[in-house]
Design a protein around this ligand. Sequence first.
Ligand code: SF4
Length: 337
Amino acid sequence: MTLREAMFWEVLPDKAVKCQLCAHNCKINDGKSGICLVRVNKGGKLFTMVYGLVSGGVVDPIEKKPLYHFYPGSGVYSFGSISCNFKCANCQNWHISQIMPQTGLVKEVAPEIAVGLAKQLNCKGIAWTYNEPAIWFEYNYNGSKFAKKLDLYTVYVTNGFINPEPLKMIAPYLDALNVDVKSFDDEFYRKICKGRLEPVLKTAKLAKKLKMHVEITNLVIPTLNDDPEQIRELASWVYHSLGPDTPLHFSRFRPHNKLKNISVTPEKTLVMAYKIAKDIGLKYVFLGNIYHPRYGNTYCPNCGHLAIRRGGTFGVKNINLVNGRCVKCNEKILAYH
Ligand code: SF4
């Protein structure tokens, strides 16, 4: 493991530092690490322990991120590292998100090699995913810059807890984000994730302002965040703050990690969430982690024609669009195709 000087930190008295990469803004004393465990203070300087440490890389359909209105049907090379700035009780990737670099589950890969692989494997883009991409910012910032040289699109699958300055810095090289809004209740964030809601909402808004493509995912967990009023608040916030064209995915919860005592989200709860979001006026609402013959598709919001039919394991069955527009009424549906 090679330490590399981190970006986004400032010096504090007595050899302490303040990390400014994410909204935890950890104060870290000499010899200690931040909440994510992979940014460490050595002698009054902040270092990242995960530059180049890759826990996995695989070709996925872009729909798996999930991004449904961003180059549909394309293959994306998906990379992750380890650790996270959240501690979600339901994390399904806990085996990589809650471990230290010394565990041997990672291998060192230079960003140019990782991104080059995406090209060799005929992918259209690269996604920084599996664990929170913001906490290995230094690596995926360089990787994203290199991806642009190879004409690849770039994606963050993120919990949205990154601070505005790093997001602005990577924005010219980052095309799309799927932001996980885990609940519209700050209490949920504090208790279940050890995070906060407000910085997440700020990230989604800023990404949109910076002209990146944004989709939102909400994992609906029975008894914890499935209150219809809360779902209404979330959908209404997406409508008013990000716009009615923003895709919103409601995803089915399956018991994982410390929430094994909670059962799978019933289909009727997901359908209820779908209907609330559609009634509010969102044009593109989807259900994920569940097969449904209707609620995984994109329909033209103007004439109702089936624009993209999805089915099976994240597959796109057919795309009835020409240059991103409805074949029947010419309504613009996709900006990226
Ligand atoms: S990136 Fe890590 S060290 Fe930095 S503020 Fe966030 S949790 Fe703390």
